[in-house]
Ligand binder design. Structure first.
Ligand SMILES: [Zn+2]
Length: 308
């Protein structure tokens, strides 16, 4: 596997990824366009974003804001403030759609629709993609490659290092086969480093965990990376409408204070991290593998086929 070429004197790349989902989250991920859900998205834009921009400014954090086209169109003023503060925008779908449930043409159309929002409102074209649901359809990686993205950040085959994501041919009663790796670099996400599952109340999901527990977990992952992994990347994910809550801002600042108490921290955008990646021979070999892929149907006598 290749490696990150960190800038001189730097020991760890840190991306405090910020997913500015706003109201699109409740539309695309939950199909819940109620006044209350919209007000939570509005809180993210109008309260969470300014709080985060102020926090990032104080600690000289530059990062990537993965933002659905719907948020760009609905909250252009907040997006311009993010851009003016020197942050990167990443592509995050249009209405926070769930890629595994979409036909190819629809998925492509929504990717292009969001590109239009970024162009029209902010005059830019993102170089990276984060799947709104951290999951792919069978077409997503193709669409990412066709769209010219240089990096993706939706998958989890590593935790503290980027890698070249591979397609898999999935079989039931014989081994899966690893296929051609993508030239799009994967900067992995991690559910343990996402504020939403432990801290967002959705009804079925309690989301009321103690912030000290989350702080300890996120610090432990940082410390492990810093102490045990060469040229690591520590990439987290927060949502302005969740982390922007008063008590969450308190622990998030404590996390940043923990990070900056270490030598050699490189706060980087995902685009900067992707450009610092150097392939090795194993990466080259994986990128030259045959393009095998697809999922074999469940065997007729399996419990899954019998239930269907
Ligand atoms: Zn999201």
């Amino acid at each position: 596997m290749g490696h990150l070429q960190l800038p001189p004197g730097k020991k760890i790349a840190v991306n405090l990824g910020t997913d500015f989902d706003a109201q699109a989250l409740w539309l695309g991920a939950f199909n819940r366009p109620s006044p209350s859900a919209m007000s939570r998205g509005q809180f993210g834009a109008e309260v969470g974003v300014p709080r985060l921009l102020e926090l990032y400014r104080r600690y000289e954090v530059t990062t990537t804001w993965f933002t659905p086209g719907h948020s760009v169109d609905t909250f252009p003023e907040q997006c311009r403030a993010v851009l003016e503060a020197g942050h990167e925008f990443g592509h995050h779908g249009y209405y926070h759609e769930v890629p595994p449930g979409l036909e190819r043409d629809t998925e492509r159309r929504l990717v292009d629709l969001a590109f239009e929002s970024f162009k029209n409102v902010l005059g830019l074209r993102p170089t990276g993609y984060r799947s709104p649901y951290w999951d792919y359809s069978e077409n997503t990686l193709d669409i990412i490659e066709e769209s010219g993205f240089t990096y993706d950040t939706s998958l989890m085959a590593r935790d503290l290092e980027p890698y070249r994501p591979q397609r898999w041919q999935v079989n039931w009663e014989k081994a899966n086969v690893a296929g051609k790796a993508s030239h799009v670099l994967e900067i992995p996400v991690n559910w343990y480093l996402d504020d939403f599952p432990p801290l967002a109340y959705t009804g079925p999901q309690a989301g009321m965990q103690d912030t000290e527990t989350i702080l300890r977990r996120w610090q432990d992952i940082f410390d492990y990376a810093y102490q045990n992994v060469e040229n690591p990347v520590y990439a987290t994910c927060v949502h302005p409408q969740i982390i922007g809550q008063a008590h969450h801002m308190m622990w998030y600042e404590k996390l940043i204070q923990h990070i900056v108490s270490h030598d050699g921290v490189w706060f980087a955008t995902c685009d900067e991290i992707a450009r610092a990646w150097v392939d090795d021979e194993e990466d080259e070999r994986k990128m030259a593998l045959p393009d095998v892929r697809g999922v074999e149907p469940a065997p007729a006598d399996s419990s899954w086929a019998r239930q269907a």
